[in-house]
Design a protein around this ligand. Structure first.
Ligand code: ZN
Length: 510
């Protein structure tokens, strides 16, 4: 197991000014359609691709078509019955499955549409494929703009997300890296990823998001992880109208400190573009350059980096943003004047890549920002040493049969560098992943009331009981490497001092 220090761990060398970039794209992805009036539009991925193509950026990176994730790949995080449901449900049969739809939270925000399962396989395949490429040192940065669906839970769809490609990609990275950092700049809290790794110290999650009467309602600054994972979840709650300068006054000092103390072997950056100014569902005021500054900064650490998409509902700006950020990944400054291409008319009247932020009020006062910054740096000071892991056998890699877009022979799509022997046998071992919703521990023990204390006790009992039962787990490959904590923790959430999920008008929240 290589234990590489931050700053010199790129396959192409410590000072590589240029990075070797793998970009995953499936030409079918733009055809999936959530339905009339639904704000989530996979077409934005095709618009992004078209911009990349006409700016000439595709020639600077390996363009790969993701191999669809298989059932067993998805089942490394998701429940078997949930994956079976996603595979079998169709718009025609959904009327006969009302109970299942309700159980898995599929129907309204997360509708059933034609090709739903292959859509999931495609976007998850790109993220896992990117992780495999990074693991093998075949690139420095892997990009999958179709991924980043951070709200999906183990057995539940949420917030336009069905399977959690980010959790799956992180599980893949954990096969080769002791520690993985997850950073989320979507305007919404990265709840699905945080929950999955809430009790492990091998994955640190840091989410910057709008907090307060906003979907999904989680992401309080006091939610810091639980058990072994205490201090390994960070939440940065923000208010409406945040601008580039305010955002970076938190992002850089916090992420800089995280890199220093956690020393991740790989980083996953979810680049949700609904934090941009003028987003149809968002309320922040970031420019594309301000948003991309997060990519630039993460890239500067010379650690293998997986860039994923996420939210983003003013689709012309999403395409602008992810095109510009692809340029940042490559070390190419993209011209503002847009080249003619098939979606050119979307970008009028200026036909430029950048758009000015608005004059909306920034509700994040200097004082508020300073308070957030010092609270989080204080939490980080409790993380003095990067944890090390006692490794057992490395689990086999996920096969990586993705291909260059223009490759035709399916047999040639198999990556010769990938370990092809895959052990199909599921071993019942436990992992450190969180499966249920677990009561959140707050940083300040003082604020816990009696009820809270009781909740913790119950939680610990539950963990012990599950351990004694030898509860088997999914994630068969990774489990032995994650913490020795028990797999299936099932504890009801205790929301006694947390905001409850806001009542949920369809489509107004993500
Ligand atoms: Zn979002």
């Amino acid at each position: 197991m290589e234990l590489l220090e931050a700053g010199n761990s790129l396959p192409s060398g410590p000072d590589a000014a240029k990075r070797k970039v793998c970009y995953f794209y499936d030409p079918e992805v733009g055809n999936y359609y959530y339905g009339q009036g639904h704000p989530m539009k996979p077409h934005r991925i095709r618009m992004t691709h078209s911009l990349l193509s006409h700016y000439g950026l595709l020639g600077h990176m390996s363009v790969l078509k993701p191999f669809p994730a298989r059932d067993r790949d998805l089942c490394r995080f998701h429940a078997d019955d949930y994956v079976s449901f996603l595979r079998s449900i169709t718009p025609e049969t959904q009327q006969d499955q009302l109970r299942q739809l309700k159980r898995f939270n599929v129907g309204e925000d997360c509708p059933v549409f034609d090709g739903l399962y292959s859509f999931c396989q495609t976007y998850a395949g790109g993220s896992v494929g990117g992780a495999v490429k990074l693991n093998h040192g075949l690139c420095d940065i892997a990009i999958n703009w179709a991924g980043g669906l951070h709200h999906a839970k183990k057995c539940e769809a949420s917030g336009f997300c069905y399977v959690n490609d980010i959790v799956l990609a992180i599980l893949e990275l954990l096969k080769h890296h002791d520690r993985v950092l997850y950073v989320d700049i979507d305007i919404h809290h990265g709840d699905g990823v945080e929950e999955a790794f809430y009790t492990t110290d091998r994955v640190m999650t840091v989410s910057f998001h709008k907090f307060g009467d906003y979907f999904p309602g989680t992401g309080d600054i006091r939610d810091i992880g639980y058990g072994k994972g205490k201090y390994y979840s960070l939440n940065v709650p923000l208010d409406d109208g945040i601008d580039d300068e305010s955002y970076q006054s938190l992002f850089k000092p916090i992420i800089g400190k995280v890199m220093e103390v956690f020393k991740p072997g790989a980083v996953v950056l979810q680049c949700g573009a609904d934090s941009l100014s003028g987003d149809r569902l968002g309320c922040f005021n970031l420019s594309i350059k301000g948003h991309a500054e997060c990519v630039r900064y993460m890239r500067s650490f010379n650690v293998p980096l997986l860039l994923l998409g996420g939210g983003g509902y003013t689709i012309r700006n999403v395409a602008r943003c992810w095109c510009y950020e692809t340029g940042v990944a490559l070390g190419v400054e993209v011209e503002d004047k847009m080249p003619p291409h098939e979606y050119f008319e979307y970008f009028g009247p200026d036909y430029t890549l950048h758009v000015a932020p608005s004059n909306m009020e920034n509700k994040n006062s200097r004082q508020l920002l300073e308070g957030i910054r010092s609270t989080l740096l204080d939490q980080l000071s409790k993380l003095r040493h990067a944890p090390s892991v006692q490794f057992q056998e490395r689990p086999p890699d996920t096969e990586l049969p993705e291909a260059d877009e223009d490759q035709e022979d399916a047999d040639e799509r198999w990556d010769p560098d990938s370990d092809m022997e895959v052990d199909d046998e599921r071993k019942p071992v436990s992992n450190g992943m969180q499966s249920g919703r677990v009561k959140r521990e707050t940083a300040d023990a003082e604020i816990k009331d009696q009820k809270d204390q009781k909740g913790v006790a119950e939680h610990e009992d539950e963990v012990d009981r599950m351990a004694e039962d030898g509860a088997s787990s999914k994630a068969s490959d990774v489990i032995s490497m994650l913490t020795e904590e028990t797999a299936r923790i099932k504890v009801e959430p205790d929301n006694s001092n947390k905001p409850s999920d806001p009542p949920a008008p369809v489509f107004s929240k993500y």
